[in-house]
Design a protein around this ligand. Sequence first.
Ligand code: NVA
Length: 315
Amino acid sequence: MTRHLLADDDLSPAEQAQVLDLAARLKAAPYDARPLAGPQSVAMVFDKPTLRTQVSFAAGIAELGGNPMLVEGRLAGIGVRESVEDVARVLGRQVSAVVWRTFEQSDLELMAAHAGVPVVNALTDEFHPCQLVADLLTVRERCGGLAGLTVAFVGDGACNMGNSWLLAGATAGMHVRISAPEGYLPAEAMFDRAHRIAATTGGSATAVPDPVEAVRGADVVVTDTWVSMGKEGEEAARERVFGPWSLTTELLAHAAPDAVVLHCLPAYRGKEIAAEVIDGPQSAVWDEAENRRHAQKAVLAFLLADGATDGTGSP
Ligand code: NVA
């Protein structure tokens, strides 16, 4: 069966741990896994802006022995010039995997249903699972483990990163608190989905609207832009309500003394995060950005091996 990473809970707790172990291994030995040797091609399709995702996938696919093939979303016109299903059928005949950044999760699901090769979510409006593998790898490096840690996500909880932290954090057995102004929390259905996972891992998923209460004692504090791609035009309205959720030194002071700060970038200093925080000693954001490559290599190796082995091609 072809495996995909469309949402964070496509990986079971055991599989998430397996992918994280492989990512750590490939960080230490970047050329140990060559599942794309040939080279086989991987299509990278972007319907939204990208920096980290494009370069980390391109570098990572090359390190896996493969050929990173950039497909310009605007030229391909997926769903406009031709249907998602037809694009999927064509891509699947040319490449070994498809990495797609787009808007609708349902389009990504259509791609996965028709491509016949693994499809990886490189960010949709709903989820950003590759970022979460990198984030969890970063937390593991800093804290030595994941289960039982408390993470506070402050800011736009209704965006892809809020949803992904709920699902991936619960999968890792973490206690996930989402803090956002009214109207910007994840949907109830997303909390329900996280609760079902947390019941099997010992984690938890809670809405804690008050940012000070959310951050209190947290081991990890995460934020993200208040204006996600596709929400341009809502800047003024969002800035009016998000102020108290800005990750300042004062807010961070309520977390555990050595709490790790994450931000998926791009960051807007003075808005969702203060310069002294993102550029300060508790920030792990540059490791987090580097870890995208190691994380995504592990995801690709895992999916290409159908999850049947450790993804390195070794017995
Ligand atoms: N929530 C942000 C993440 C950027 C990597 C966005 O969707 O724009």
